[in-house]
Design a protein around this ligand. Structure first.
Ligand code: 5BU
Length: 258
């Protein structure tokens, strides 16, 4: 089991990453360390769920490329909802190419991710050029980047050495890299924010290799900061009610651990 940790508010002054500071502050005032993975395929559905659950979350995670009817209206409205309910938008894009290419993918194309997603993520696999390319677009907008250090899916190839090297890469760009998508906290440096997907009240798997841990396990045993919950909320009969339960579970686990 992990030892006690610093509170989110104590970590604000230790961070020199603009977005990490804002996120830690928001988590503390809103008392939420829950991210909703809003994996729905229609704009109106995404907006409706963001509006209904926005008050419970610190982060709304999107996969903009699964939307069947995408127009820029969607991202404009998402931005308004982020302001209305006070959450950050995280596009789970998992960039994975050379710096020059990801720069174009981040700022341009159909989705213009850098214009509306406060946070995005990237694989460290291609090397540090990927971070430099994304930073050339994202830093001036005060966006933040998460590196994928570990994955939740079975048989993934991201072993402990990969995670360690990902951490070392992040350390070169603390103004842009705000933390990691991982299953465990990688070290005790309070600057890094950890977000963990594969969280559900019922541990187990789906039929495509996704593996789940409970909110308590993710936060207390594995030392993460933010739990990312998708189908556990989206597919529930009453998503608002269950989102409140995940929020409470996440916050109680954190509160018992500081
Ligand atoms: P779920 O419905 O709670 O299983 O959704 C999990 C989300 O997190 C989904 O959007 C995935 O793309 C995302 N994810 C993940 O599940 N595991 C990972 O290691 C990473 C992202 Br990185």
């Amino acid at each position: 089991m992990n030892s006690k940790r610093l509170s989110y508010s104590e970590r604000i002054k230790l961070s020199n990453n603009a977005l990490a500071q804002k996120l830690l502050k928001l988590m503390e005032t809103k008392k939420s360390n829950l991210a909703l993975s809003a994996d729905v395929t229609h704009s109106e559905k995404l907006l409706a769920i963001a509006d209904k659950i926005g008050s419970e979350i610190c982060v709304l995670k999107t996969h903009i490329d699964i939307i069947d009817d995408f127009t820029t209206h969607l991202t404009e409205e998402l931005k308004k909802l982020a302001k209305k309910h006070d959450f950050f938008i995280f596009e789970d894009r998992k960039f994975a190419d050379i710096g020059h290419t990801v720069k174009n993918q981040y700022q341009g194309g159909l989705y213009r991710i850098a214009d509306w997603a406060h946070i995005t993520n990237a694989h460290s696999l291609p090397g540090s050029g990927i971070i430099k390319g994304l930073a050339e677009v994202g830093l001036q907008k005060q966006n933040g980047l998460l590196l994928v250090a570990e994955m939740s899916s079975e048989e993934n190839l991201l072993d402990p050495i990969y995670a360690e090297k990902t951490l070392e890469m992040a350390e070169q760009f603390p103004d842009f890299v705000m933390g990691f998508i991982s299953q465990h906290k990688l070290n005790d440096d309070p600057r890094w924010i950890y977000m963990t997907p594969g969280v559900r009240f019922a541990e187990g798997k789906d039929h495509l290799g996704q593996q789940y841990v409970t909110p308590e396990k993710a936060i207390i045993e594995h030392g993460t900061d933010i739990i990312i919950v998708g189908r556990g909320i989206i597919n529930a009969e009453d998503p608002v009610k269950i989102a409140k339960k995940y929020r409470e579970a996440g916050w109680e686990a954190y509160s018992s651990n500081i």
